[in-house]
Write a protein that binds this ligand. Structure first.
Ligand SMILES: *[C@@H]1O[C@H](CO)[C@@H](O)[C@H](O)[C@H]1NC(C)=O
Ligand SMILES: *[C@@H]1O[C@H](CO)[C@@H](O)[C@H](O)[C@H]1NC(C)=O
Ligand SMILES: *[C@@H]1O[C@H](CO)[C@@H](O)[C@H](O)[C@H]1NC(C)=O
Length: 429
């Protein structure tokens, strides 16, 4: 009789919405030809990444609604693609019904989409997200942290490496402190110092394996906010709560936005210099719940389609808070309600990982951080002075994100949602 050993799934996501500084590494990356070549390949209508995209988007909203139902009145922020990628990777080591349950709960129909195509789809998705295109940098990757005395099956390491480019790290889990440092250091390095102290007190000596996924997104707005344009304004969290937030302001510029006639909200699309866009969805006063309820893949597609019409590219006075929020989720508390009933129970079958021990998935943590700030380049900073913002012009068209709103960061090349969230109170920690 084998004793039970534990494995943990740790996911880190970071979105830096508009950091100005170029990454040092970029200069050293000399794959522009192949990036162009691959980009064409990835954008093809029948690219494998497109085959997994609909299920991943659907999963993103299912997960969103579940989290929202458990945490009303809170900020929500997570990376759905990070979570589905890690679970798909985990399915490589799951046997029998466990594997089917994971893939079905991720939204895949195994009759329509055979297993190899699903894994190929995730491989492509990660690859296309990692391509240095324009000035969007996304780093996404996986690591498997294994106990020194655990021998994984060769198929498992081969397949996780092949389809998920997973790095293998070894550690002695009995040394909790040392392992914590190893993981924190690894995530910190991979995310350019942006995610620090990822696991703090999350590990225990009975863990044998940790599956790690990180995603780091850094993009520059096509239309940056001038540094000089930050003003302090009220943000109406709810009827009774008002907080002060720094608001970035762009006046007299054109943006893609609609005041929806069917759903009580306005939707703003802001493009990055690269293949990603952000949607900011602002419910009308008192209509937050109503709009939240209709958030779905179909609604996102509808907004996206509407926002292709030049008609909706108009001058607006735009106010967006400058803020940073960070959220952590214990996925082991959440995923069972999304169909992954067995995943964290002793019924889970991870015989595809190792024959040595009976593994049990003990915990899963996902942590995501969002930072929204103005851009940028020094040139942009000097284009406008503070006072010109208050010049005598008066614009009817104002879009002020001074109450709770939703945010969707969408990769147009991978056709997938990188981050999804609700900004309820930008001043909440
Ligand atoms: C570019 O990609 C092609 C096809 O994948 C590959 O054969 C070639 O070696 C790559 N070139 C470079 C410079 O990496
Ligand atoms: C676990 O999955 C493997 C591979 O599918 C299977 O051979 C084995 O019988 C399963 N174990 C249990 C306890 O169901
Ligand atoms: C999966 O796809 C097949 C073939 O298109 C379809 O017959 C079946 O109903 C689908 N299953 C589910 C659960 O949607």
């Amino acid at each position: 009789m084998h004793c039970v050993q534990y494995l943990a799934l740790l996911l880190a996501g970071l979105l830096a919405l508009s950091h100005s500084y170029p990454l040092e590494e970029q200069a050293g990356r000399d794959d522009s030809f192949n990036a162009t070549f691959e980009r064409l390949q990835f954008n093809a209508y029948d690219a494998p990444s497109r085959k997994v995209a609909p299920s991943n988007i659907d999963f993103a909203f299912r997960l969103y609604h579940l989290i929202a139902s458990q945490s009303s009145g809170k900020n929500i922020f997570f990376s759905p693609i990070s979570i589905s990628t890690a679970l798909a990777m985990l399915s490589l080591g799951a046997g029998g019904d466990s594997r089917t349950q994971i893939l079905k709960s991720l939204g895949f129909n195994l009759t329509e989409l055979p297993l190899p195509i699903i894994h190929e789809g995730f491989r492509f998705t990660q690859r296309v997200l990692s391509l240095p295109i324009g000035e969007v940098n996304t780093y996404v990757g996986n690591a498997l942290v294994l106990s020194q005395d655990l021998e994984p099956l060769p198929e498992f390491t081969r397949d996780t490496k092949g389809s998920y480019n997973t790095e293998l790290l070894r550690t002695d889990f009995r040394d909790v402190e040392g392992t914590t440092q190893l993981i924190n250091h690894y995530v910190k390095e991979k995310t350019h110092g942006m995610i620090t102290n990822f696991v703090s007190g999350g590990l225990s000596p009975d863990i044998k394996m940790v599956l790690l996924n990180y995603i780091y997104f850094q993009g520059l707005w096509v239309k940056p906010f001038p540094f000089s344009g930050v003003v302090v304004r009220d943000f109406h969290v709810d009827e009774n709560t008002v907080v002060k937030v720094p608001m970035m302001l762009q006046d007299q510029r054109e943006h893609w936005y609609i005041h929806d006639k069917r759903v009580p909200c306005s939707v703003l699309r802001m493009d990055y210099r690269g293949e990603a866009v952000a949607f900011f969805i602002l419910p009308r006063e008192g209509k937050m719940k109503e709009v939240e309820q209709v958030l779905s893949p179909g609604m996102l597609e509808r907004w996206n389609r509407l926002l292709q019409h030049r008609y909706f590219y108009r001058t607006v006075e735009l106010y967006l808070p400058k803020f940073s929020i960070s959220n952590s989720y214990a996925l082991d508390q959440i995923l069972p309600d999304l169909g992954f009933q067995d995943l964290f129970s002793s019924r889970a079958n991870f015989s595809g990982i190792t024959k040595q021990e009976k593994l049990k998935l003990s915990k899963s943590l996902h942590k995501a951080t969002l930072e929204v700030n103005e851009i940028g380049t020094k040139a942009a900073a000097t284009t406008r002075s503070f006072f010109s913002l208050y010049s005598a012009h008066y614009y009817n068209r104002v879009l002020m994100f001074n109450r709770p709103f939703f945010i969707v960061i969408f990769s147009t090349s991978a056709q997938t949602i990188i981050f999804l969230g609700k900004v309820f109170n930008p001043t909440a920690p």
